[in-house]
Design a protein around this ligand. Sequence first.
Ligand SMILES: NC(=O)c1ccc[n+]([C@@H]2O[C@H](COP(=O)([O-])OP(=O)(O)OC[C@H]3O[C@@H](n4cnc5c(N)ncnc54)[C@H](OP(=O)(O)O)[C@@H]3O)[C@@H](O)[C@H]2O)c1
Length: 188
Amino acid sequence: MATQYFTATSLDGFIATEDDSLDWLFPLGNVADTSYPQFIKEVGALTMGASTYEWMLRHADRVSAETGSAWPYTQPTWVFTHRTLPAIAGADLRFVQGDVRPVHAAMLQAAAGRNLWIVGGGDLAGQFADAGLLDEILVQVGSVTLGCGKPLFPRRLTQPPLQLQSVRQVGSGFAELRYKVPRRDAAS
Ligand SMILES: NC(=O)c1ccc[n+]([C@@H]2O[C@H](COP(=O)([O-])OP(=O)(O)OC[C@H]3O[C@@H](n4cnc5c(N)ncnc54)[C@H](OP(=O)(O)O)[C@@H]3O)[C@@H](O)[C@H]2O)c1
C-alpha cells in the first residue's frame, strides 16, 4: 500500500492553466499508452481538492463521452472543500475539510490494502507530504510549457531529496517519472 500523487504536468511544472484548463494536456498522447491503466487498477481510494472536483463537474459531458460515465471512478473519493458542492451522480463521495491526517486514516481503511491516489492539486499533495503521509510522486511530464498556472507541487523537498525510481518515454508527448518520497520528520 502506498499513498501516491499521480498527475500530468507541463515541463515547467504546472498541472493546469491559471483558469483550470487541461486543453493543453489531451493532445499529447493516448492515456491507454501511459501507466495509468495499470496504476488505477491498484487504487483503493481517491482524494482531490475542490478545483479538481469542479473540473469534473464542468466537464461531465466530456468525461461521460470518453469513459461512459460522468464519474469514471468506482473507488470511494474524499473531496477537500470549505464549500457545499453538488454531488456527481454515481460517485461515492465524502466532502471534507481541514487536517489531512484523519482523512488519510479513513482512506486507508476503505482501500483495504490497495493504494491511495492523491489526484490533485499540488497543494493538497503538499499537505499530505507535510504530514509525512506521501510515499510516491508519479508524474507524466508533458512536452509543453505553460508559463504559469496551477503548480505541480508547491513545496521545497530537498533534504533528503526524492529518489528517482523509473523513467519511461511515452511517444514524443510524455516522460513518465516515478519518485519515492523518503520519510522525513513531519515538521521539517
Ligand atoms: N494535469 C493533471 O493531470 C491534473 C491532475 C489533477 C488536477 N488537475 C487540475 O489542476 C487544477 C488543480 O487546482 P488547484 O491547484 O486549485 O488545487 P485543488 O486541490 O484541486 O483545489 C484547491 C481547493 O481545494 C480546497 N482545499 C484544499 N485543501 C483543503 C483543506 N485542507 N480543507 C478544505 N479545503 C481544501 C480549497 O477549496 P475551497 O476552499 O474553495 O473549497 C482549495 O482552494 C484543477 O484545474 C484540476 O482540474 C490536473
